[in-house]
Design a protein around this ligand. Sequence first.
Ligand code: SF4
Length: 295
Amino acid sequence: MADETPKHAAASDQLAAIVAEVAACQKCPLAQTRTNTVPGEGSPTAEIMFVGEGPGAEEDRTGRPFVGRAGRFLDELIESLPMRREDVYIANIVKCRPPNNRDPERAEVNECSNYLRRQIDIIDPLVIVPLGRHALGWFMPDLRITASNGKIFRYDNRVLMPLLHPSSGLRNPEHARMLRESIHNLRDAILEGIRFRREVSQPAPPSTAEPEPEPMPPALSPQTQIVEEAEIVAVAATEEPDSSTQPAVNLFERPQSDEEVQAELKRQRAIEEAQEASENETESVEVDDRQFSFF
Ligand code: SF4
């Protein structure tokens, strides 16, 4: 059933205007050898847009993109999602067939690609799927198609998921297998596209949240606490005095009061008792289901 929303109708009109422009286009030499222009077709509000390099013989004859054998394989891939061909948009970078299926020349691509840019702006898909290395090279020239097949990239304010060209799937069974598998990554690509779109349209507000508290150390068993306290006391007793934090008069360099002597004896006893207890302890202590080794 046709989508009757105003957005759909507006996009449909704008795309129709481009189709008319392309039909009359004489901007590059491919105009002299074409039978029909092949501007693209599909849903004006598609979430997924497939982009090939240029039309082949069957496309030139019919004026429709991807309708030869490779196109039928693309249809099979789309239907496996499951989706229908009319749910997506299918276009090429150049809209006229290069003679003898040669690659389009740089000047031809430069001249024609403005139509594709405008189509992308109007349709505003979440995910663009460049088909084959030439199409991928127009978007992201540094990527290699076999290595990036089925992978998801952020590109402008949308997501790119390159795929091998369907015609390579017709020639190479391994590529056909990769295509049948990778096409299902589109689900993740759409989710990533939605996430990315949200991030772009809603910049994160300045954080007003309280800083996360430092995690508390796990509760220790009484025996463990004793060992730790004893270690602290032992370390304190053996540490080199720090001249920057020590009081000007060192406790052990002046006559001590009875209270100070008793306190020191008590501390020494605590150390000895803890050391004695630790010698009888097993090598690890279980705290909150985790094993902590102390010795
Ligand atoms: S390939 Fe593009 S730029 Fe060249 S004539 Fe066709 S529509 Fe125009």
